[in-house]
Design a protein around this ligand. Structure first.
Ligand code: HEC
Ligand code: HEC
Length: 209
């Protein structure tokens, strides 16, 4: 059942990624407003619930920033943490500003936030391989063609919270993009304990990509 669903969903989103000409230097200037929460090198600040953004997929970040702006993310009742990011996305004036800041962040080397979640990485590898890797890539490095973001650099507590948000309908609900809805379905395939194992696997040092 999961396998069929996966095959269907993968086909449904396999559209070519669009190339954007963006101004990285302008993006760097814009990022000055973001440093206080996301860190000088966009390495994330777990104490502020702010994920690492360095090396994240450019089209993914563009989609998230639009989602925050439009109220598809960070606007649901109970999403108090997402609500902190929403006004920040509002400060990015238009598509050009969004594209520039995303280009700057995507070009930074991915970070490796310290592990805060304990789990069984061996079991996590198996779970990730069967339920997540088809879209997010074998070690969670993301897959642009499938619109699936990098997961092994965003920080484990953030990762766990996002999957919970998808499960609870705070993210990926009715008004969301197809990508968000798709992930909301996938989020239902894991328990909290399984997610801890997955997080432990993603926290492991990177093999050669
Ligand atoms: C007040 C603190 C704060 C500031 C300032 C801030 N952010 Fe955020 N940002 C957050 C938090 C918290 C989240 C996580 C929201 C959630 O849990 O859904 C987030 C999430 C994001 C995401 C989604 C990441 C993902 O993996 O889905 C992007 C992209 C982002 N921020 C970009 C920016 C940019 C660009 C700026 C500057 C214009 C900025 N942020 C400024 C707090 C902040
Ligand atoms: C069918 C493809 C698919 C599968 C399978 C899948 N995902 Fe996703 N996932 C996505 C897409 C697409 C997004 C981007 C959603 C968006 O743009 O709003 C996403 C987003 C996420 C995010 C948000 C990342 C961030 O930076 O905020 C997390 C966390 C996540 N997935 C975890 C998982 C885990 C864990 C599994 C396995 C249990 C999994 N995904 C399985 C397609 C998939």
């Amino acid at each position: 059942m999961i396998r069929q669903l996966l095959a269907y969903l993968i086909l449904a989103v396999s559209l070519p990624a669009t190339a954007l000409a963006a101004d990285v230097e302008a993006g760097k200037k814009l990022y000055a407003t973001c440093v206080v929460c996301h860190g000088a090198n966009a390495e994330g600040i777990a104490a502020l619930n702010s994920p690492a953004l360095a090396g994240q997929s450019e089209p993914y970040m563009i989609r998230q920033l639009w989602d925050f702006k439009k109220g598809n993310r960070g606007a649901a009742d109970g999403d108090t943490i997402g609500a902190q990011m929403r006004p920040m996305a509002m400060t990015l004036q238009d598509g050009e500003a969004i594209a520039n800041v995303a280009a700057y962040l995507a070009a930074l080397p991915p970070s490796k936030p310290p592990a805060t979640v304990e789990g069984d990485a061996v079991n996590g590898q198996k779970l990730f391989g069967s339920r997540c890797g088809a879209c997010h890539g074998g070690k969670g490095w993301g897959n642009e063609a499938l619109h699936a973001p990098r997961l092994n650099s965003i920080g484990d507590s953030y990762l766990m919270r996002q999957v919970r948000n998808f499960q609870d309908g705070l993210r990926g609900a009715q008004k969301s993009t197809n990508e968000g809805k798709q992930m909301a379905i996938m989020a239902k395939s894991v328990t909290t304990e399984e997610l801890q194992d997955i997080a432990a696997f993603l926290n492991e040092p990177e093999p050669q990509e």
